[in-house]
Design a protein around this ligand. Structure first.
Ligand code: OAD
Length: 247
């Protein structure tokens, strides 16, 4: 399949799904997880930072790291790829955007109703029972790696935690079931900038392929999703997506 054929297929799709990972935001300056040198996990020990156990053992370390990531995400701007995803949905309103990213760059580019499988840096919640949205005072802008005590919930006094999904935690049920349903019913799935190795999110393109959809992958490097992709476009999100959704 050629790129021109992919453009035709995508723009004539009735129910497209766009599935994105950290590579989608890389050109906005948000580090990926697993790429050499820039990958977040290369500089930090994920097991120490992205688990409920880590937060309970050392809340200041974990909260400080997420506050640093939140400030990085706030400074970033959507790139041409995010804008192309929003343009696709503007042309085909039945488009579903599913992301593993915890930034808000899809929304800031104009995408709505984005399904965030791994939560959000901007939705901290209280660890009190029952779980509820956190009400807490603003913190100082932390520098990279600075320890920072998490605020306490004003309504119940428990610690506030980042609203992301940590290793060992369930994905948000509503977002996951909506994503599975969209993948099972789509005709074209565009997967962008994900290594496709973290489950259950990585099932989404595989569900689409099993259901008979055409899977188009955008990634500069090979991934395990090559096997289920009809077309593998080797390049970056900000360069390839504008070709797939011409203005
Ligand atoms: P990864 O860091 O595992 O993979 C990023 C992918 O993006 C790689 O395949 C890169 O080749 C590709 N990439 C890099 N730059 C790109 C660019 N400019 N354009 C397009 N692609 C590019 O990130 P994810 O697959 O998103 O989960 O990781 C999945 C999950 O692992 C994350 O959501 C996170 C992490 O653990 C949780 O925190 C629960």
């Amino acid at each position: 399949m050629t790129v021109a054929a992919a453009v035709d297929l995508l723009l004539s799709a009735r129910r497209p799904v766009v599935f994105t990972g950290a590579g989608m935001s890389a050109e906005s300056g948000v580090p990926t997880f697993r790429d050499d040198l820039t990958g977040l996990w290369a500089r930090y020990d994920a097991e120490r930072l992205a688990t409920p156990e880590a937060f309970h053992a050392d809340p200041d370390l974990v909260w400080g790291w997420y506050e640093w990531r939140r400030s990085r995400a706030l400074q970033a701007l959507p790139n041409a790829g995010h804008h192309s995803v929003a343009a696709l949905a503007a042309r085909i309103p039945a488009t579903t955007v599913v992301t593993q990213n915890v930034d808000d760059l899809h929304e800031r580019a104009g995408s709505t109703a984005v399904l965030h499988l791994h939560g959000s840096l901007f939705a901290p919640r209280c660890i009190g029972t029952p779980p509820h949205p956190a009400v807490f005072p603003d913190a100082d802008e932390p520098e990279e790696g600075r320890r920072l005590a998490p605020p306490r919930c004003v309504s119940c006094g428990a610690l506030v935690r980042p609203g992301v999904v940590w290793f060992g935690e369930q994905l948000p049920e509503d977002a996951l079931s909506a994503a599975v349903e969209a993948a099972a019913n789509c005709d074209v799935l565009l997967t962008v900038g994900t290594s496709g190795v973290v489950y259950p999110a990585a099932e989404i393109p595989r569900i689409a392929a099993r259901s008979g959809a055409t899977v188009i992958q955008v990634n500069p490097d090979p991934t395990p999703l090559d096997a289920v992709s009809t077309l593998n476009l080797r390049g970056t999100a900000a360069t390839i997506l504008p070709q797939l959704v011409p203005a």
